[in-house]
Design a protein around this ligand. Structure first.
Ligand SMILES: C[S@@+](CC[C@H](N)C(=O)[O-])C[C@H]1O[C@@H](n2cnc3c(N)ncnc32)[C@H](O)[C@@H]1O
Length: 333
């Protein structure tokens, strides 16, 4: 998924830095990814640690990680996918409010795909209510739907706006493809809470933090994914059909430092790693000053090429060079 701040391409750097720093046997540690997003870092550590605790305030992210991390025993789900792929389309909430030919005239999906998303989403819920599927399968199917819908969305990158006409990938018919997860012997924990609240209830060895670093709120930029995942009924607002969304203090210049310091203070973890980049709301000096108060601080950096999506249909990606910082704290507990 094309996700703002995804650490997919940086996962090697992050993993290697963490392995070099942490002195304990990695297979015995509890690793927490508190702002998990697409789960890139949780997925990296899931096969090598004792337990992953993963969390994100956005429900679509919880659904993805409930599958990627929470699911840990292999099972053949292909029959369920086949049945869902064969469903007739339904003119439901996504079709009416976010699709071509729907009553609202918003072009996030083709008419076909909007109806297919509704049909699949309704059937998954029906199976759950009828107890034909358990929670593991429910979240696996929802994660598969979120990923597959995202592939045919008619946007330049995020859901803050849709394109004026259907781009090539949005014209393709949605095919429900299997989301994946790695099987592990141990089980893991998945939460959908405010990081600053959850931190008071958990503990472990390594805490990885990747909060938003600028003013872009995830709830606004990925509102359609929440709408598909939650599938409630509400009055979509304005041209883009926005739902009410969570506003993170990490995206607010005048609140971020206070939230960050509280988080570090309340963390019961031996090592804390913070990903932050050079364009963030907090400067690297501000981060360092806060972290230094709570133990031994150091810094690892890497240069990398970031690709910025143009707001045009043909997406001429532009590469820009940025510095990614991994702030490290060995906390005095
Ligand atoms: C930079 S992204 C994380 C990207 C992730 N590491 C990845 O590779 O996909 C930041 C995430 O923090 C989440 N978030 C923002 N404020 C939060 C809060 N107060 N508590 C928990 N999660 C929050 C957002 O929903 C978003 O998914």
């Amino acid at each position: 998924m094309n996700y703002i701040g995804s650490k997919h391409t940086l996962s090697k750097f992050i993993k290697n830095t963490i392995l070099k720093t942490v002195e304990e046997d990695i297979s015995q540690i509890v690793f927490c990814d508190l702002f998990a997003g697409t789960g890139a870092i949780s997925k990296t550590f899931k096969p090598i640690v004792k337990q992953v605790i993963t969390n994100d305030i956005e429900y679509y992210s919880f659904v993805l990680n409930r599958n990627y991390v929470g699911n840990h025993s292999k099972y053949d789900y292909s029959n369920f996918l086949n049945t869902l792929n064969e469903l007739e389309g339904v003119e439901g909430f996504v079709f009416q409010n976010y699709s071509e030919d729907g009553k609202a005239g918003r072009l996030y999906f083709s008419s076909e795909n909007g109806k297919k998303i509704d049909a699949i989403r309704q059937e998954i819920e029906h199976w759950k209510t009828e107890e034909k599927i358990n929670n593991d399968l429910y979240y696996y199917l929802l994660a598969s739907l979120i990923e597959s819908a995202d592939k045919v969305a008619n946007t330049a990158s995020v859901y803050g706006a849709y394109l004026k006409s259907l781009k090539k990938t949005a014209q393709k018919n949605l095919e429900l493809k299997s989301a994946t997860f790695t099987a592990t012997k141990n089980s893991h924990q998945v939460f959908n809470e405010d990081a600053n609240e959850l931190i008071k209830k958990i503990s472990g060895n390594v805490l990885y933090l990747d909060p938003p670093y600028n003013a872009r709120q995830y709830g606004a930029n990925y509102h359609i994914l929440n709408t598909i995942a939650i599938y409630d009924s509400f009055e979509p607002k304005g041209k883009t059909g926005l739902r009410t969304y969570y506003k993170s203090s990490y995206c607010k210049k005048n609140e971020v430092k206070k939230s960050f310091e509280e988080l570090i203070k309340n963390a019961t973890f031996n090592y804390i790693f913070l990903s932050y980049n050079n364009e963030g709301l907090m400067t690297d000096n501000e981060v360092e000053t806060i972290m230094k108060k709570y133990g031994k601080y150091s810094l690892a950096t890497t240069n990398y090429q970031r690709f910025k999506a143009d707001k045009t249909e043909n997406r001429n990606h532009k590469a820009t060079s940025t510095v990614e910082y991994l702030h490290i704290l060995e906390k005095e507990l």
